[in-house]
Ligand binder design. Structure first.
Ligand code: BTN
Length: 269
């Protein structure tokens, strides 16, 4: 299923841990993060997850053929400062977007802030970045969890699921080599993180270019309150700029609860 020797030769990865089954690769990576001597970046790869984590209280369900993995990184060793960490999820989403767009040979693929990848109006990837607790004198570590629908066809799923999610096999009509897809995503993520460390304008231009919420009225749930505004795009800090009645508000974190008009794809205007 996976060519592990090839993954272990990936130039950016220092360690690869493979599991036939895990509850969640993010939970496993967080457990590794608590250890003293762990080589980072480390890939934690699960063939299947029994209890995949999504954002907030959500679960991440995926069937056989999906890619589910987490990358454990030491941000400081990669030149990333604390204020840049939240943007690592956009770096991951962009890495998947570019990989999926190339394999599907379709540009109808973009980012739903802050960390989802959509193709043809349906979700194909979710990203969950977590900062596990560490001793105050230890180097901080981040877990970047990525779930991509690759060879898990949704053709037999209920219509309501099919209208919300898609997979590479459904888009292209052929199965994809999971090692190729994973290796390409890791390479692109490594490149994006290096660009982030250097505050490269090229990186922010790309997440601005592929932002799917622009030009729509968006409501973001911030917990204590909700903000509704016309989306102007994702700014250099990775925040969502919303034009509200009170002016432009930069939203740094939150859950997008409604989008109007809903998008059916990147080219649906
Ligand atoms: C979301 O869309 O809510 C984020 C989903 C993130 C899912 C991935 S699958 C690999 C990694 N391990 C987990 O338990 N979750 C992430």
């Amino acid at each position: 299923m996976f060519d592990l020797p090839r993954l272990r030769r990936h130039p950016w990865l220092r360690e690869v841990e493979f599991h036939d089954e895990l509850d969640s690769s993010n939970v496993r990576a967080a457990a590794l993060a608590a250890r003293e001597n762990v080589a980072c970046p480390q890939l934690v790869l699960a063939l299947t997850q029994t209890s995949g984590k999504g954002r907030g209280a959500n679960r991440w369900w995926s069937s056989a053929g999906a890619l589910t993995f987490s990358l454990l990184i030491e941000p400081e060793s990669l030149g990333l400062r604390g204020e840049q960490w939240p943007r690592t999820s956009l770096c991951a989403a962009l890495a998947v977007r570019d990989t999926v767009a190339e394999l599907s040979q379709a540009d109808d693929c973009g980012l739903k802030w802050p960390n989802d990848v959509y193709h043809s109006g349906r979700k194909i990837c979710g990203v969950l970045v977590e900062a596990p607790p560490r001793r105050s004198d230890a180097l901080p570590r981040l877990v970047i969890g990525i779930g991509v629908n690759v060879n898990n066809s949704l053709a037999a799923a209920p219509p309501e699921v099919q209208s919300l999610a898609t997979s590479l096999v459904d888009l292209t009509g052929r199965a994809h080599d999971l090692t190729d897809v994973l290796s390409t995503v890791v390479t692109r993520l490594a490149e994006n993180l290096a660009l982030l460390a250097n505050e490269s304008p090229a990186l922010r231009e790309r997440w601005q270019q592929y932002s799917l919420l622009d030009g729509r009225t968006v409501t973001v749930d911030l917990g204590p309150r909700k903000v509704t505004g016309y989306c102007l795009g994702i700014n250099a800090q990775g925040a969502l700029d919303l034009a509200t009645e009170l002016g432009v508000e930069a939203i740094h974190a939150g859950v997008v609860s409604t989008v109007s008009p809903e998008f059916r794809g990147a080219n649906d205007e």
